[in-house]
Write a protein that binds this ligand. Structure first.
Ligand SMILES: [Zn+2]
Length: 145
């Protein structure tokens, strides 16, 4: 049956590949986790943070190490000296251009009447470094502060 072919055990060669891929994720994920954590901080602050550039800069740093040191350098190596981008670079106000603002309306019951109420806004930014588009939700309460 054809289905049986899909669940056969991996050959020895395939197993090697699986280990490599898993290792790669482990190393790179540590930095991706750092970027994600930093990004979440700015979601709470309702400020832009360009996670896309942080990831791409980190990938560039890996590529640089592979180019200058050894093209066979394995990005899964735990002790690999790859510069982790400085996270504060990706939240600098000067990095972003505010493109437009979209108010957000929600239906709310006010004195028993359903009324459309402005509950916040989306600030749409462009990251000047790579032209990344970012949308940051700012709730009405945070806006007033
Ligand atoms: Zn960017």
């Amino acid at each position: 049956m054809a289905e049986n072919n899909l669940i056969r055990n991996a050959t020895v060669d395939e197993k090697k590949e699986f280990v490599e891929l898993t290792g790669k994720r482990n190393y790179v994920d540590k930095v991706i986790d750092l970027i994600t954590k930093e990004q979440q901080k700015f979601v709470i602050l309702h400020k832009p943070f360009c996670a896309r550039c942080a990831r791409l800069d980190f990938e560039d740093n890996i590529a640089k190490v592979q180019k200058t040191q050894n093209e066979n350098v394995n990005p899964t190596q735990e002790d690999l000296q790859v510069e982790v981008p400085n996270m504060s670079d990706y939240s600098k106000a000067s990095r972003f251009e505010l493109i437009d603002v979209n108010p957000v309306f929600e239906d709310k019951l006010i004195d028993g009447m359903r009324a459309s109420t402005e509950t916040g806004k989306w600030d749409n930014y462009k990251c000047k470094n790579r032209g990344c588009g970012l949308s940051v939700f700012v709730p009405k309460l945070a806006e007033k502060k």
